[in-house]
Design a protein around this ligand. Structure first.
Ligand SMILES: *Cc1c(COP(=O)(O)O)cnc(C)c1O
Length: 970
């Protein structure tokens, strides 16, 4: 299928190019072959893809030139190129600690979860009947967190420890009944945690006091406090008295606790903490130069309505069988829009799954052994250092020692360590800290002693061991309560059992390995294996986020190249890679805008205009950035109502901070007026924030920076191929125009920005650095032409689906020439009246056909938003359309009264094998019709393991930890 061009060089050159083209990755990434693309165009009555784009994307905003990117590379060449970059990272042994510890990912988890598309390509479990596997893994995560922290409820992950601490602050603020506005932060917290909490506090009008918890006295202006356990420098404090004092004034206490230490130490819940937060990184998740890792947040049951993030809860299905789903779903904070107290959406599901599996794999005894071993090596290390004449600053510690020294000694020792490829932490100019971890060996102890001794050390370990050695250093804090007693943590310690458990859960989940997941706004495209391979490389995985920059040159090259490409793709001057999800990008971008106004002496600009159709995270982020949300109406076509925008911009002219706008709109249309929209906002000195979740419709065709946006976030886990991981990880970098560059996020530990920075918005300087290679690979493999072609085909595929389904389901919004952008909204509202069928019935019936439902009831209630992406082949699009068409026929039979309005294939969907083989099949339709509605379902059937889930039951009987086994045997 290579057309020989004329006039582009010699025949030989043409042959080489042709050969290269047939190896082109773009052809693997894009699902349909050129002839199938032509067939779809023919169906639409269009001659070429360019004709389609001309009619879809307004001429005024087109980028009429190719993107300036490096030429596309083959998969083999791109991997080699990346390997070369990776080799510029130096993998030292890091004893830096600060919430990040090297650990061992059990290979059975690495290969079968981290590297397994059955797990990493799944979507957020909003369709719980086809998500029972990861929901169970997340319930295990919550159970492990509840047990280890000694609290009552836990969520299914947050982004990192620092943002979890900030969420806890906001939650405490919301819970507090009286008018207190001050939050105490112990100076012994990790510096990045303090920084993020400070960033988050300012726009909310919260005052932060950083101080010594031992001398702090409470008063009634304090609504909450944050402590670190053990402290950042390793010391373990008894916080009971502090907690009592806090409670006496009605303040909530949050304890940021090290998850491994809790296997030995009294958990925060037992000494009175109201909230516990922390990272679960060291439960088998690689350091990855900062992430992604799952943070946790646990609290008391009484705060279940205030807890941020998603919670997995137990409910039951129509057959009365226990079944899991996201609990209190309508309570997901960002759905409350401007009333939200958190904007978190994408979290860290895959990493929470890994951490929970680490707990399942090791069990309580295994974890305790690991914790004990780390602790005992730390005691040995301390004894050896004492032997060498050093003093250990802390009496009680778990895995981290602080050694006070003379300043010259600090420099000497740090340098001696570096010479041995060892990183230690410089706490101050006169103190060093050393943190040990699961990977530490006795040989490491000798290396460390040698660094401190300045020469070979010869004493034997036995010489150091004192009789009461075992748990002396944590004696007053020893945990007496049990944990992880549930059978799930005590059954799968043999690798065969573990492997089968992982696969059993995986089989319950529908991921991209089964069929397309046509989720509007979520862009579930191919996550190519080549793009994923580098995730496992040690050069990316085994690096501490605070390792000296001289050791991370490879990462710096990767960041620079990725930033450059993203800047070219968006038309912006500067990029920040810190935000680790889309909503974090929104927040960071709005802070940048806020700071920009402040720098011009315009702190009164605090109004954020947001169209009614916006994603819930937009208003939630605006509120968190201290802005007042003013809604803008949409017209009948779903476009921003220009008159309303004009009126509101005038009304709030003096206070206007920003407009948040999604483009193409959340209604799946390229608004013709986007340039005017931006101009109106600029005329009133406001800034335009663009939600870039729909960037997949723009790459190579038009650029936000060109047509008027000042800031834009990109969801790398949508447009740029980072897999969704079942609800995370993600990355939400922002691009900004020149005038905003000075305000981009900074970091307290690693210097990455200037004085005017908005501060840190995530724990690690480059967010979830270790998944950035995925997006780098995608861009490198596709090149400018491939990326642009992908955009065109994404738009084609959406239009093809809209065209095929329009006779059966009205397409709610279309652009000027009757075409949609990269997604389309199907209006199902009339079916309620004609057949009693709701959008959910169709979503569940699709499961019987082996499909994941499109986005349901967003942005318009009673509709489905379909986004096929460029990666799905015409064959798959046709299969999906046929399923939808056949479902429409099933509905028609209800409409004409041929089929009962209640007892039908839609209302009873999804059909489980259990229900079908039951001897008392009472339904008026056949089992075949229920389970095998099409020929392909006979060939390959995806079975849902539970029937339709009763959400309300689970919310009335709220349970968010593993059920006792008896519950399953009934
Ligand atoms: C996905 C999405 C977001 C939020 O992104 P997260 O990565 O989930 O935080 C915001 N806006 C729109 C339109 C989206 O589709």
């Amino acid at each position: 299928m290579v057309a020989y061009r004329s006039g582009t060089g010699s025949i030989c050159q043409q042959l080489v190019e042709a050969a290269q083209e047939s190896f082109s990755f773009a052809q693997r990434h894009i699902g349909s072959k050129p002839e199938e693309i032509q067939q779809m165009l023919d169906e639409l009555g269009l001659a070429t893809l360019d004709a389609l784009i001309d009619q879809t994307v307004p001429q005024a905003i087109r980028l009429n030139r190719p993107l300036q990117l490096e030429p596309a590379q083959s998969e083999y060449a791109a991997l080699a190129k990346l390997k070369e970059i990776a080799s510029k990272n130096q993998v030292f042994r890091s004893f830096i600690g600060m919430g990040y510890h090297d650990c061992i990912t059990p290979p059975v988890i690495q290969r079968n979860i981290l590297e397994n598309p059955g797990w990493y390509t799944a979507y957020t479990p909003y369709q719980p009947e086809i998500s029972q596997g990861r929901l169970e893994a997340l319930l295990n995560f919550q159970t492990a967190i509840i047990d280890l922290t000694g609290l009552e409820i836990a969520n299914a992950s947050l982004l990192d420890e620092a943002t979890a601490a900030a969420e806890a602050m906001a939650m405490s603020y919301g819970v507090c009944k009286h008018k207190a506005n001050t939050f105490f932060v112990s100076q012994d917290c990790h510096p990045q945690t303090i920084a993020v909490v400070q960033t988050r506090a300012t726009p909310l009008g919260i005052k932060i006091i950083i101080g010594d918890h031992q001398t702090f006295t409470f008063n009634d202006t304090i609504f909450g406090a944050l402590l670190q356990y053990p402290a950042s420098d390793g010391k373990i404090y008894d916080y009971r008295h502090f907690v009592e004092q806090a409670h006496a004034v009605g303040a909530l206490v949050t304890v940021a606790a090290d998850i491994l230490s809790l296997c030995l130490l009294t958990p925060p819940g037992e000494f009175g903490a109201d909230i516990a937060v922390g990272s679960t990184q060291r439960f088998g998740v690689p350091l990855g130069y900062g992430g992604p890792h799952a943070a946790y947040l646990a609290t008391k049951e009484q705060y279940k309505r205030q807890i941020p993030g998603r919670i997995v809860g137990v409910s039951k299905d129509v057959h009365g069988k226990p079944a899991l789903r996201l609990a209190l779903q309508t309570r997901e904070q960002h759905i409350r829009r401007e009333k939200a107290t958190s904007n978190i959406c994408t979290a860290q599901v895959l990493l929470a799954v890994m951490a929970s599996m680490y707990a399942v794999y090791h069990g309580p005894q295994g974890l305790q052994n690991i914790a004990q071993r780390v602790h005992q090596l730390t005691v040995l290390l301390a004894e050896g250092l004492k032997h060498l004449g050093y003093t250990i600053a802390s009496e009680h510690y778990f895995d981290t020692l602080r050694i006070d020294l003379e300043p010259e000694q600090v420099t000497e020792i740090i340098e001696a360590a570096l010479a041995q490829q060892i990183n230690l932490r410089t706490i101050s100019e006169s103190a060093i800290a050393i943190s040990l971890d699961e990977t530490t060996t006795e040989a490491d102890l000798y290396d460390l002693w040698q660094v401190f001794a300045g020469s070979e050390v010869s004493f034997a370990l036995e010489e150091l061991a004192t009789p009461e050695f075992a748990l002396e250093k944590i004696k007053p804090f020893i945990r007496s309560s049990n944990y992880l007693t549930h059978p799930v943590f005590n059954s799968y310690h043999a690798e065969t059992e573990m492997l089968r458990y992982i696969y059993r859960l995986q089989a319950k989940d529908l991921s991209l390995t089964t069929s397309m997941i046509p989720l509007g706004s979520c862009t579930m495209k191919l996550n190519a294996t080549t793009e994923m391979l580098p995730i496992s490389w040690q050069e990316f995985g085994k690096i501490h986020p605070f390792a000296p920059l001289s050791q991370t040159r490879g990462y710096q090259i990767l960041f620079a190249q990725l930033e450059q490409a993203l800047a070219e793709i968006t038309g912006f001057a500067g990029i920040s890679l810190q935000p680790n999800a889309g909503a974090q990008g929104e927040y960071a971008g709005l802070l940048v805008i806020r700071q920009y106004h402040a720098s011009r002496g315009e702190t009164h600009r605090h109004v954020c205009l947001i169209p009614e159709s916006a994603h819930g995270t937009n208003p939630a982020s605006a509120v968190m950035a201290g802005m007042k949300v003013v809604a803008i109406a949409c017209d009948k076509q779903g476009n921003i109502d220009l008159d309303d925008l004009q009126a509101k911009a005038e009304k709030y002219s003096h206070e206007l901070a920003a407009l948040m706008v999604t483009y193409p709109s959340t209604h799946g249309v390229f608004e013709e007026q986007i340039k005017d929209i931006c101009a109106i906002v600029h005329a009133h000195d406001g800034q335009v924030y663009m939600d870039g979740a729909n960037m997949n419709a723009q790459v190579g065709i038009c650029r936000p920076g060109d047509y008027g946006a000042d800031v834009c976030h990109l969801n790398l886990h949508k447009t740029f191929c980072i897999p969704h991981g079942g609800g995370g990880p993600g990355m939400g970098p922002i691009g900004v125009a020149t005038h905003l560059v000075p305000f981009l996020p900074g970091h307290p530990v690693v210097e990455i920005s200037g004085e005017q920075s908005v501060g840190a918005i995530a724990a690690a300087p480059w967010g979830s650095a270790s998944i950035l290679p995925i997006s780098w690979m995608y861009i490198t493999l596709m090149g400018a032409a491939g990326l642009t072609q992908a955009t065109k085909v994404a738009i084609l595929n959406a239009n093809y689906i809209a065209h095929r389904l329009a006779p059966y389901y009205p397409v709610l919004y279309r652009g000027k020439s009757g075409l949609v952008a990269h997604e389309c909204i199907l209006d199902l509202r009339s079916l309620k009246k004609s057949a009693g069928i709701e959008v959910d019935d169709i979503a569940k019936r699709l499961m019987d056909y082996g499909f994941h439902a499109p986005t349901v009831s967003w942005p318009v209630a009673g509709t489905m938003m379909v986004e096929p992406t460029e990666s799905e082949s015409k064959a798959e699009l046709d299969r999906f359309c046929e399923a939808m068409i056949q479902i429409r026929q099933e509905i028609a039979e209800i409409e004409v009264g041929k089929v009962d309005r209640q007892d039908n294939v839609l209302k009873n969907a999804p059909h489980t094998a259990d229900a079908l083989i039951s001897s008392d099949w009472q339904h008026p339709y056949s089992r075949e019709q229920a389970a095998y509605p099409t020929s392909w379902t006979r060939e390959y059937k995806f079975w849902t393991t539970v029937g339709r889930i009763d959400n309300a039951y689970g919310d009335r009987n709220f349970v968010c930890s593993c059920l006792p086994m008896e519950a399953y045997s009934e």
